[in-house]
Design a binder for this molecule. Structure first.
Ligand SMILES: *[C@@H]1O[C@H](CO)[C@@H](O)[C@H](O)[C@H]1NC(C)=O
Ligand SMILES: *[C@@H]1O[C@H](CO)[C@@H](O)[C@H](O)[C@H]1NC(C)=O
Ligand SMILES: *[C@@H]1O[C@H](CO)[C@@H](O)[C@H](O)[C@H]1NC(C)=O
Length: 495
């Protein structure tokens, strides 16, 4: 009895040493390259041999310490096998190659041969559908292990972001979004060892870009819409029916119009070219062949406000769509941009719609020491009395975190108070009257002086009374003339 127990013990010990403690398990898909790396002791002279299934089966490959190598001539193996040192490499593994591999090392330095066993287990990974997906398409991924194993391995799918997704019996199903584009992984865990099998999932979608863009008449406008170039290449082979841009205008502070205007449509013949439908001065990006469908303009315009829709329509009805809303920043000066010294002015910096909470507004008054404003961040500035220092360029900027979205500029000019028209008329006519009065007064004085001189002259020259009466009549006539002159001149001066 004792000897029986002893011999059983010895048998178990021999088995353990010949077959190794545990198989090294490798999961692989058909077509993968698998390298089996044994970890034997390192005796000086040795001979290694690889067998498939059991030690009685023909060998697969062998190597010795002198560098000699052989590979099986068996037609089922020959093309796929190679030896790298002691390691056996199976390239493009086939159905027939899954199973148990035995590594055996013999050496005169070792008391008994060293064995290590490997098991390559087939994993089936399938993706349905296998082709390029569109957002909302359903995707199903399966990852199954080909053989019944005593310790059932656990299987978990990771999405393109490396996050665990619901997996039941190796199956994961979902409706895809653009974020699902990328490498998914099936993680097979057996004996606490993880093995990852990658799968590439391709989902056509637009590249991430802000859905809200800002512009102004003093900054540029760009409306982004692009598809990753490798996806665009594949997308072109899908049945695209139409690629176009539509514009839905929005009035200042008003709602977005439901009536769209077609801006551009892409002619799908090679080379791809945009056909202009509505001319709004927008230019398509030059690299449309790489999937860049963006539109740009050097300067924004007030009527750029609205929604821009970039869409790709496939045969069968699916549509891939991206909407970009454009807001135009403006500075509105009330009562105007030209003001009189001392007037009250309101400046408001607005897009016509409320700003999102993460967008900040900032004012930059003209760079003059005399100008200070109470609040650089309020949308409305009130200047109770403008001074000459307020003239110049006022700028207002929109910021989101550390990015300047856009800026708008207004130029204020301040003038001295203008004279009233009636004041001008009164001042002018008063001046004219004064000038005329002066002229009249001077001419009367001159005449009187001349007459006095004349009279004195006549009195001195002729004592003849006849002459003197004659002279009198002249004088009286002269007086009459002078008297008549007054109303006449007064009249003209009034007129
Ligand atoms: C070749 O290998 C296959 C698969 O291991 C085996 O079934 C077959 O018997 C081998 N052929 C010969 C001639 O050894
Ligand atoms: C697309 O083109 C626009 C305008 O030329 C450019 O600003 C933008 O960076 C391009 N986008 C991509 C993804 O190449
Ligand atoms: C400026 O705004 C205030 C209220 O904030 C208003 O009372 C005033 O009439 C406005 N002035 C002008 C010139 O628009």
């Amino acid at each position: 009895m004792k000897s029986l127990i002893q011999s059983t013990f010895i048998l178990i010990a021999v088995l353990a040493s010949t077959m190794g403690a545990e198989d090294v398990i490798r999961f692989a898909q058909v077509g993968e390259t698998v390298k089996l790396v044994p970890q034997p002791p390192n005796p000086q002279r040795h001979y290694v041999i690889w067998h498939f299934h059991d030690l009685n089966s023909p060998y697969l490959g062998s190597a010795n310490s002198f560098g000699g190598k052989t590979i099986s001539e068996n037609e089922s193996w020959k093309k796929w096998l190679s030896m790298e040192g002691y390691s056996l490499v199976i390239s493009n593994i086939q159905e027939a190659h899954f199973g148990k591999f035995i590594f055996k090392m013999t050496s005169s330095d070792l008391q008994s041969p060293f064995f290590q066993t490997f098991r390559i287990i087939k994993v089936d990974v399938t993706m349905k559908p296998p082709s390029l997906l569109l957002p909302e398409d359903s995707l199903s991924l399966t990852c199954t292990v080909g053989v019944q194993m005593p310790n059932k391995p656990s299987i978990q799918w990771l999405n393109a972001q490396g996050q665990k997704v619901t997996t039941r019996n190796g199956l994961h199903t979902s409706r895809v979004t653009g974020q699902d584009n990328g490498q998914w992984t099936c993680v097979v865990t057996s004996n606490n060892k993880e093995q990852k099998i990658p799968v590439s999932v391709k989902v056509a979608d637009f590249s991430p870009a802000p859905s809200h863009k800002y512009t102004s008449t003093s900054s540029s406008l760009s409306i982004p819409c692009s598809i990753l170039s490798n996806i665009w290449e594949q997308l072109k082979t899908k049945d695209i029916e139409e690629v176009k841009w539509d514009f839905f205008p929005q009035a200042f502070s008003g709602p977005v119009s439901r009536d769209g205007q077609k801006l551009f449509s892409l002619s799908l013949e090679d080379p791809l070219t945009w056909k202009k439908d509505q001319n709004r001065g927008l230019s398509p990006a030059p690299d449309v062949k790489n999937g860049n469908l963006s539109l740009t303009r050097i300067r924004g315009k007030e009527n750029d406000r609205g929604s821009y829709e970039c869409s790709i329509k496939f045969k069968g009805g699916k549509i891939l769509k991206r909407t970009v809303h454009v807001d135009v920043l403006q500075i509105i000066a009330s009562p105007g941009t030209e003001m009189i010294l001392g007037q009250m002015v309101n400046l408001s910096c607005t897009t016509g719609s409320p700003l999102p909470s993460d967008v900040q507004l900032k004012w930059f008054p003209p760079e003059k020491p005399s100008v200070s404003i109470p609040d650089h961040h309020s949308a409305r500035l009130t200047i109770p009395e403008v001074g000459s220092g307020h003239s110049g360029k006022w700028r207002c900027e929109l910021w989101q975190s550390n990015i300047r979205l856009t800026s708008a500029v207004v130029k204020l000019s301040i003038v001295e108070p203008k004279m009233n028209v009636w004041m001008v008329v009164i001042i002018c006519s008063t001046a004219v009257i004064i000038i005329l009065l002066v002229v009249v007064a001077v001419s009367i004085r001159r005449r009187r002086q001349r007459r006095m001189r004349h009279l004195r002259h006549q009195v001195c020259q002729s004592p003849n009374p006849k002459d003197s009466t004659e002279h009198n009549t002249t004088v009286s006539r002269g007086h009459g003339n002078q008297l008549n002159l007054y109303p006449k001149e007064m009249n003209s001066s009034v007129i």
